[in-house]
Design a protein around this ligand. Structure first.
Ligand code: CUA
Length: 153
């Protein structure tokens, strides 16, 4: 008798557990942690703010600049960025094809870019120098060559 009870209990627990995992997965989808909004990956070039990749001065916001980045196998657009020292910058990035990484080497900026999502991160560039943006998610044969440069001046 006990065995039957335990079996029922075990199966019920398993079903409850699986439901919870399923519901969580459904709600979170594949959304990367830094993702704040959606964009059609096939219409990135026509979608704001990706119509104008690059650094833009903004007014009346908590940050001074917005840095718009489009990733695609195997490059970042723009590939060279100049940022004034001390600038507080909101990085806004997405990918046109597969999952890419966006890491600024030597800083704590590290985002995952997933097609369909806009990833954002606000950071202050307080040190002058050259910083390398690298892709840290394997994205294909050109993965190891995928990079861009930030010059803080
Ligand atoms: Cu893009 Cu690896």
């Amino acid at each position: 008798r006990y065995e039957k009870w335990w079996l029922t209990f075990g199966i019920s627990a398993l079903i409850i557990f699986l439901s919870i995992v399923g519901i969580q997965a459904f709600h979170q989808g594949h959304k990367p942690p830094s993702a704040k909004a959606f964009v059609d990956p096939e219409r990135v070039n026509e979608s704001e703010p990706f119509t104008k990749p690059g650094l833009h001065k903004v007014q009346g916001k908590e940050w001074d600049y917005e840095l718009v980045i489009v990733a695609a196998a195997f490059s970042f657009t723009p590939g060279e960025i100049e940022i004034p020292k001390g600038a507080k910058v909101k990085i806004i990035a997405t990918t046109k094809d597969v999952v890419h990484g966006f890491e600024i080497a030597g800083t704590n900026v590290n985002m995952m870019l997933e097609p369909g999502y806009i990833s954002e991160y606000v950071t202050t560039f307080s040190k002058t120098g050259e910083f390398l943006i690298i892709c840290n998610e394997y994205c294909g044969t050109g993965h190891h060559m995928m990079s861009a440069r930030i010059k803080v001046v």
